[in-house]
Design a protein around this ligand. Structure first.
Ligand SMILES: C[S@@+](CC[C@H](N)C(=O)[O-])C[C@H]1O[C@@H](n2cnc3c(N)ncnc32)[C@H](O)[C@@H]1O
Length: 371
């Protein structure tokens, strides 16, 4: 507030950074601008990254495709290609991708397309509004749009990932996929409660000291009966792993839940129809060092004499994918082989906790709900 006028001071608007699309799709979120710009500007490298974005060549007429490699196709002059490559390299490290932007291929640390291929068959996102919690640079948001989502709001506290998205979206130019520099805990409840048809939280719950609180907040963001997609590191067998120090060289892994533990956390958080649809041991083909992520990666986190163990002696990373229905109402947006309308998922892929949709037809519904 300005002491003299009593009016709210306008936030500084750094040139080159835009959240206009957010205002167009969710007008009541316009009041977040102050918080978003302050968060970005609080990072010591913000201006360096912003200069890189301002150094991007002007995008020529192009076409986009949101498939395994998120692609913007157009011809650039060789000097412009170098300029583009240098600007994007200034936003190193690139953890999520791959992207192909006007001829520059970003081979990110993670082949995120491999994870998406495990998820996509279980969902029908047509026409849905999605919240992606811990969205990284927004790679999955493009895939969600490619799968028919109407709008994807990604949130991630990493300023760099938000800046990577700003760079990508200067080239793609599609404001239906937003990345905001926010943690779930800082997203105001008044703006988010009951607003999304589907909420994703992938790779986040084991980073949270209060996983139940995180899952409850995910549930709260859903429309009644909306779909939650929870992806996590998970321990093999019935025991949750609580690392003593680092896990696979990561500092902030508080616990690696047993699958059943994660499903119980979700049930305690109000989710219903909880299904484990995939479990996969992470391979060094999916997560590796590349020229776009030059630091150490999974290979260096594994015991060189036994790749089934981490360097700390724990079981090597494996990840599980759970899909569930939020509290109340009918299922929204979960389809595909495991849950197609009226069909029961394969028994071996399902962990039922004795929960059933409340009232009405007990089968999953194929109807969609929009806000
Ligand atoms: C392991 S990465 C997973 C990224 C992506 N969802 C995926 O599955 O590939 C975890 C991400 O969650 C973000 N994150 C950590 N704590 C968070 C929180 N409280 N709210 C939202 N995002 C968070 C991190 O910044 C990071 O980008």
């Amino acid at each position: 507030m300005s002491a003299q006028s009593g009016r709210r001071t306008e936030p500084a608007r750094p040139v080159g950074i835009r959240f206009d699309g957010l205002h167009a799709h969710l007008p009541d979120w316009a009041g977040l601008d102050d918080l978003l710009f302050r968060k970005l500007q609080s990072h010591g490298d913000f201006d360096k990254w912003r200069q890189a974005i301002l150094g991007l060549p002007a995008p020529p007429a192009s076409s986009n495709s949101f498939e395994d490699t998120v692609t913007v196709s157009a011809e650039l002059a060789p000097s412009e290609t170098k300029r583009l490559r240098d600007a994007l390299q200034a936003l190193h490290p690139w953890r999520k991708g791959p992207f192909s932007l006007l001829g520059v291929r970003i081979d990110s640390e993670w082949r995120s397309d491999i994870k998406w291929a495990r998820i996509a068959p279980h969902l029908d996102l047509e026409g849905l509004r999605v919240l992606d919690v811990g969205c990284g640079n927004g790679y999955y948001g493009w895939r969600m749009l490619g799968a028919g989502a109407a709008l994807v709001i990604g949130i991630d506290p990493s300023v760099l990932y938000c800046m990577q998205h700003q760079a990508i979206n200067r080239l793609i130019g599609d404001d239906r996929n937003q990345v905001l520099p926010l943690a779930l805990e800082t997203l105001p409840e008044a703006l988010s409660a009951g607003r999304f048809d589907a909420v994703f939280s992938m790779g986040v719950v084991y980073h949270r000291r209060d996983p139940l609180g995180h899952l409850r907040r995910v549930a709260q963001c859903l429309v009644p009966g909306g779909t939650a997609v929870i992806e996590s590191l998970c321990a093999e067998g019935p025991q949750t792993l609580i690392p003593d120090g680092r896990y696979a060289r990561m500092r902030n892994v508080w616990q690696v839940p047993a699958q059943r533990q994660l499903a119980h956390w979700m049930a305690d958080s109000g989710f219903e129809d909880i299904r484990i649809v995939d479990t996969t041991v992470t391979s060094t083909a999916e997560q590796r060092t590349t020229e776009w992520m030059r630091f150490e990666s999974l290979a260096e986190a594994l015991d060189p004499t036994d790749s089934t163990r981490t360097v700390e002696g724990y079981p090597a990373p494996r990840r599980c994918l759970l899909i569930a229905r939020g509290p109340g109402g009918r299922l929204v947006g979960s389809g595909g082989p495991a849950t197609s309308c009226g069909a029961s998922p394969p028994a071996e892929a399902v962990l039922r906790l004795g929960l059933r949709p409340t009232g009405g037809d007990p089968r999953p519904s194929c109807r969609f709900r929009s806000l």
